[in-house]
Design a protein around this ligand. Structure first.
Ligand code: OAD
Length: 233
């Protein structure tokens, strides 16, 4: 496959692309969901029940994300953006794609570096937030502030925009995701039905393998630089 500036490409990434930056994935052994129950930290109900516990979990992940550096996989996707007509969709909340230099990024599950008031919806940068008794409150209306993370049971961001680009793309590249969390796991079906070539780069065979044309088994940081060079040179 050859790619140039007119080739419409959509990339979907998951936790696996940040694993080589030292950020834990969710479902691998020793992953985040082995240490924490989704019901305790990643649902709106959990936040109502115990907001301090939920904040403790996301603050720790925010601080970890600040320490992490983009890796060869993130950087290869910057080069793909510079040589194609690309939209990058990520389930990751660590901000590493933007820090690597990717420009058009839909962070569909939100961002660790952002939060918003549960009452007036005002958004804040995490770096500007003060915690009192382990909880942050809005400067405008004194409502409780929550992480800007899309929890289980909530609707991801940018779904219309993502559907539009999926229907037009020639290549759909999926990297480092287990393919088990919807709606992201279903994007490959849309791309395939609308005629895209579908390529997967992952350590394990994903849950939605039947829609994949080409599977590259291995680490994103090892595979993406060569693969993208081959497509774009
Ligand atoms: P998972 O933890 O489910 O899957 C990570 C995938 O990355 C696995 O299939 C690994 O085999 C693969 N992997 C690990 N290291 C890799 C590497 N170096 N190179 C390539 N692949 C590697 O994470 P996600 O699929 O991102 O949602 O999870 C999807 C969503 O579920 C997350 O956004 C999060 C989670 O619960 C919310 O919190 C709403």
């Amino acid at each position: 496959m050859k790619i140039d500036h007119s080739t419409r490409v959509v990339v979907l990434t998951g936790a696996g692309i940040s694993a080589e930056s030292g950020i834990q994935t969710f479902r691998d052994s020793n992953g985040l969901w082995e240490q924490h129950r989704i019901e305790d930290v990643a649902t709106p109900e959990a936040f109502v029940r115990d907001p301090a516990l939920v904040w403790k979990f996301y603050r720790a992940r925010y601080l970890q994300s600040l320490q992490a550096q983009p890796n060869a996989g993130h950087k290869a996707l910057v080069s793909l953006e510079q040589n194609s007509h690309l939209t990058l969709v990520t389930q990751n909340v660590d901000g590493l794609h933007k820090r690597a230099g990717s420009k058009k990024v839909f962070e569909m599950h939100g961002r660790l570096s952002s939060c918003f008031c549960t009452m007036c919806q005002t958004k804040f940068d995490m770096q500007d937030i003060q915690f009192e008794d382990e909880l942050p409150y809005c400067r405008k209306c004194e409502g409780l502030i929550r992480p800007d993370i899309v929890w289980f049971g909530e609707i991801p961001y940018f779904l219309n925009e993502i559907q539009n680009v999926l229907k037009k793309c020639k290549l759909f590249l999926i990297v480092g995701t287990s393919g088990t969390v919807y709606p992201a796991a279903g994007f490959v079906m849309t791309a395939k039905y609308f005629g895209a070539r579908t390529v997967y780069v992952n350590l394990d065979e994903p849950g939605n393998m039947s829609f994949i044309d080409e599977f590259h088994h291995g680490k994103a940081g090892d595979i993406l630089p060569d693969l993208i060079k081959k497509w774009t040179s």
